[in-house]
Design a protein around this ligand. Structure first.
Ligand code: CA
Length: 476
């Protein structure tokens, strides 16, 4: 028996890419590429200008999105801490409420009985990071190699699964791409798209002069740390150091942006397919990525650091039946908020363990409602073998960013053989949006600094995290 008074529950498509920075989307003002299909989705709904991940790394961000919790609660703090997949997620809540659910593509939160996807009616996921070409999928029925390009195949698989369902069942499909993750291998049809010189960011030559040792210690410099596998060819020998750095930037960006072009095509395919099915209006369609990425800012590639380019996520949300197009949503939201937002949209209760704040009101009936005063961030990997970024935590408010590099294992040499003491950084984003001028020791910021330390301390307590033992309790 149907209940005519009850609105039809939305179908849900979550497209999650890997390492796609918001500043490589033209709807976000990109100066390096054009993404017509993501822009089209944005024009049908809303984009978020201040969406942040709470731990800028693939596995942790995925776990936060799925569970609606911070890393210290879901346990996925690093790339080597697999998820206990039995924990509550927005998927388990949807499934309990009668949704059909599936995930296709990148999982990357562990493999094996305890770590494989749970509460999905169907899953076919890449092994670990997965392959760009002829990817191998793991399913409940075993492994399968599918010839072709991963971004297209993952989309195809989502279509196939939805088309296999009974027409009256609401469904939720997670389309999780590998792209545009390292090692940036474009589809043949997108190679050569970006042969013109790509604009170089103004902070490309950042010398880290006001920063703590963390930035200097990290090995994420385009000039020094990209490998032959990343670049696919060696730079011309007649170039000097700076010339080689710029050559590598161009080479890196050509492939990165070509991988994004395939993602953009596939966002378009999803919209076209939904329209053909007559379901675009009644589908919550989300485009996002697990974190941001440095595209030459501060001389870097990669993510990890709490600096803006790394933690800012693209977030585009469309649901024409319920969400009117409008200007960018300006309030601060995080990846921890996605689960409760999706559930509220679907009219399904959140799990009490979830720690986010639904931003459904901001998309519908309360566009100006405040969200949160400060975003809590924590990066747990410390001085890892490949990137050598130090563990840190901090808070981002509307104006400021306070970061504590706590140098886990204080006084103990990291993998480099050096040891570091804890260090703080403070950025006044109103005056320094590029975050190049650390004002932590500037006496004019003493009051601000101490207030932020208190805010961070209280936020940690509120979220159930524990300050590092090296941090004294704030004086305020
Ligand atoms: Ca990622």
């Amino acid at each position: 028996m149907t209940d005519l008074a009850r609105p039809k529950r939305p179908n849900i498509v979550l497209m999650l890419t890997d390492d796609h920075a918001a500043h490589a989307i033209s709807a976000y003002g990109s100066v390096v590429n054009h993404t017509p299909r993501i822009d089209e989705l944005a024009s049908q709904g809303r984009i978020f200008s201040h969406c942040y991940c709470t731990n800028s790394l693939c596995s942790p961000s995925r776990a936060s999105i799925l569970t609606g919790t911070y890393s210290h609660v879901n346990g996925v703090t690093t790339l080597s801490t697999p998820i206990d997949a039995s924990q509550p997620t927005f998927i388990s809540q949807l499934k309990e409420a009668g949704y059909k659910t599936a995930i296709l593509g990148k999982w990357h939160m562990g493999e094996g009985a305890n770590y494989n996807p749970q509460n999905f009616d169907y899953w076919a996921v890449l092994r670990s990071q997965g392959e760009y070409f002829d990817p191998l999928f793991i399913t409940e029925d075993g492994e399968q190699i599918v010839p072709g390009y991963a971004t297209d195949i993952i989309t195809d698989k989502a279509f196939e699964w939805v088309e296999s369902l009974e027409a009256d069942e609401p469904w939720c499909v997670l389309i999780h791409h590998k792209a545009p993750h390292r090692s940036w291998e474009p589809d043949e049809k997108h190679q050569g798209m970006y042969s013109d010189p790509i604009p170089v960011p103004t902070t490309f030559d950042d010398d880290y002069s006001t920063r703590t040792s963390a930035a200097r210690h990290a090995t994420m410099r385009i000039a020094d740390s990209l490998t032959i596998e990343d670049l696919k060819e060696l730079p011309p020998e007649d170039l000097d150091y700076e010339g080689r750095a710029l050559w590598k930037y161009q080479r890196y960006m050509e492939d990165y942006l070509a991988c994004v072009a395939s993602v953009d095509d596939n966002v378009g395919r999803v919209m076209d397919w939904l329209r053909e099915r007559g379901e675009f209006e009644n589908t919550l369609t989300i485009y996002t990525s697990d974190q941001g990425f440095f595209l030459g800012e501060h001389g870097w590639f990669d993510k990890r650091f709490m600096y803006e380019e790394s933690i800012r996520m693209p977030l585009v949300v469309s649901y024409p039946a319920q969400i009117s197009p409008g200007p960018p949503v300006d309030q601060m939201v995080t990846n921890v908020d996605f689960a409760q937002t999706i559930l509220e949209c679907a009219g399904v209760p959140a799990h009490p363990r979830m720690q986010g704040i639904s931003f459904w009101p901001q998309l519908t009936h309360s566009p100006d409602a405040p969200t949160r005063d400060g975003v809590y961030y924590r990066y747990y990997e410390n001085d890892d073998q490949s990137h050598h970024a130090f563990a840190h935590y901090g808070i981002r408010t509307e104006r400021y960013k306070l970061i504590y590099f706590y140098a886990d294992g204080l006084g103990i040499a990291g993998t480099s053989g050096l040891s570091y003491a804890p260090e703080w950084e403070l950025y006044d984003r109103a005056l320094d949006p590029d975050e190049v001028n650390n004002v932590y020791l500037n006496p004019q910021y003493r009051q601000v600094r101490e207030e932020l330390k208190r805010q961070l301390w209280d936020l940690q307590a509120e979220l159930g995290d524990t300050p590092h033992p090296s941090q004294p309790e704030p004086v305020l």
